[in-house]
Design a protein around this ligand. Sequence first.
Ligand code: HEM
Length: 144
Amino acid sequence: MVLAWAAIVVSSAVLPVDDLGMRSAALYLHLIFVPVGFGAVVMMHVYLVLWRTGRQRQREVLALTSVAHKLMAAGLAGLTATGIALDPDLSSPLMRMKLVLLLVLMLNAVRVQQSLRRMVGPVVVSQIAWWGTIGIGYLITTAR
Ligand code: HEM
């Protein structure tokens, strides 16, 4: 987790990139990090639903959650680092909304660590924020 955030700090000092080839590479990596982070979240949420409906044991859910949490952190760190490389237009309301949703995701991830029992709320917030950032990313690209 610490390493992932260190990567963001380092990359923000080196980036954004001007070269077109490097920009495509950054966009490629940006899109790779979506399934890394969101995939972990979806898996975690499926396990939570199975646990709440009595089809999975709490021990297994906790084991999966601890691994999924690290993947999610790596995904968000990668998305932020590559997002900075893509030179975001911070004057765009859509991009600002996307960054607010990113902040919601990060704060929500901290809440998730606190207790499994109170996870239903964070799950809903997390799903809305992930779909929101993915949708806004698509809207920004297609609006060009
Ligand atoms: C949960 C976090 C994020 C998700 C799920 C996400 C998702 C996406 C998606 C799906 C696209 C569309 C790519 C395409 O269709 O070509 C995109 C584009 C983009 N994202 Fe993100 N993103 C996230 C975080 C960020 C952050 C933190 C930044 C900036 C610091 C950022 C900056 C950008 C930029 C600038 C583009 C436009 C690239 C272009 O078309 O030139 N993203 N993102």
